[in-house]
Design a protein. Structure first.
Ligand SMILES: Nc1ncnc2c1ncn2[C@@H]1O[C@H](COP(=O)(O)OP(=O)(O)OP(=O)(O)O)[C@@H](O)[C@H]1O
Ligand SMILES: [Mg+2]
Length: 281
């Protein structure tokens, strides 16, 4: 079971003088329970890719496959496939409309003809998965903190019971504690079997939490690999707008000087490798 984009190309304003390629042959793969981070400078095509993954945009060439089925635009099957991929937009709270969190989270499922108690169960389960306590269900979503609002937005998507969760800059605008909480929550969601695709500027968080990473630059896929491989690549081939954490940069430099240091290890492992290296000198 997987979500795959295969050599996607896409241009906005196609066929007009304003046509600009936004994606030029980009591929990505995430299996159930996986976590892929898509990183890149502003304008590199991250959001355009995210919108392809939930079939909001249709590629000019290439294809999107969900659980082995190719999404054919406009087909009856495409609607069903689309439900499997939940997309949380950047600043999703700007799209809130309801007066209570319960109503906000329950909006999509309320159209499925569920009985009242089934709908309540669905809302509560989605809220809990997103780390919201039942009391918050009575609150006005507009009056919550930034972190809580982001959770409500994520719960609204989880309530649709997707198998894949695509988040466009989920940590944008959150403070350090908010980022930590959100990351913990995403790890729990993933442990429950959902796959996560995270679009982010935050290289540190992507290196720490994903299984795989995709680096985009000007619509091109310039690297795909594990966090370790990606960190090594970026240490040698800096990409505009992607700043490696200082410790990773330092490890990269030490490796270039011949020290056998794991590139994204924690400080203790790094100090151990350094003292081992110093003993040998
Ligand atoms: N609705 C649109 N109409 C025309 N061009 C667009 C539109 N949305 C994006 N673009 C262009 O497509 C390219 C890719 O944009 P996209 O929003 O996917 O990048 P991004 O990596 O998400 O950037 P950011 O980090 O700023 O969110 C950019 O050159 C952008 O200007
Ligand atoms: Mg974007």
């Amino acid at each position: 079971m997987s979500l795959t984009a295969e050599k996607i190309t896409y241009s906005y304003n196609e066929g007009t003088a304003a046509e600009r390629p936004a994606l030029r042959g980009v591929s990505v793969f995430v299996g159930r329970g996986g976590w892929v981070s898509v990183v890149g400078h502003t304008g590199s095509g991250k959001s355009t890719l995210a919108q392809h993954l939930n079939l909001l945009l249709t590629p000019k060439s290439g294809k999107i496959e969900i659980d082995g089925k190719t999404a054919v635009p406009g087909s009856s099957g495409a609607r069903e496939l689309r439900r499997k991929v939940g997309l949380v937009f950047q600043y999703p709270e700007t799209q809130f409309f309801a007066e209570t969190v319960r109503e906000e989270i329950g909006f999509a499922p309320s159209n499925w003809g569920l009985k009242k108690d089934e709908l309540e169960d669905c809302v509560r389960a989605a809220a809990a998965a997103a780390g919201l306590t039942p009391e918050v269900l009575e609150s006005n979503p507009f009056r919550l903190s930034g972190g809580q609002r982001r959770r409500v937005a994520i719960a609204s998507v989880i309530a649709m019971k997707p198998d894949y969760l695509v988040l466009d800059e989920p940590t944008a605008g959150l403070d350090a504690a908010g980022v930590r909480d959100l990351t913990r929550m995403l790890n729990e969601i993933r442990a429950g079997g959902l796959a996560v695709v995270q679009v982010t500027h935050d290289l540190k968080s992507a290196l720490e939490h994903s299984d795989m990473m995709l680096v985009l630059e000007k619509g091109r896929e310039i690297y795909a690999g594990t966090p370790e491989e990606t960190a090594s690549y970026l240490a040698e081939h800096p990409v505009k707008g992607l700043v490696l954490p200082p410790l990773v940069r330092f490890a990269g430099r030490m490796r270039q000087s011949g020290f056998d240091i794991p590139i994204i290890s924690g400080i203790p492992a790094m100090l151990g490798a350094l003292s081992e290296g110093a003993r040998r000198i």
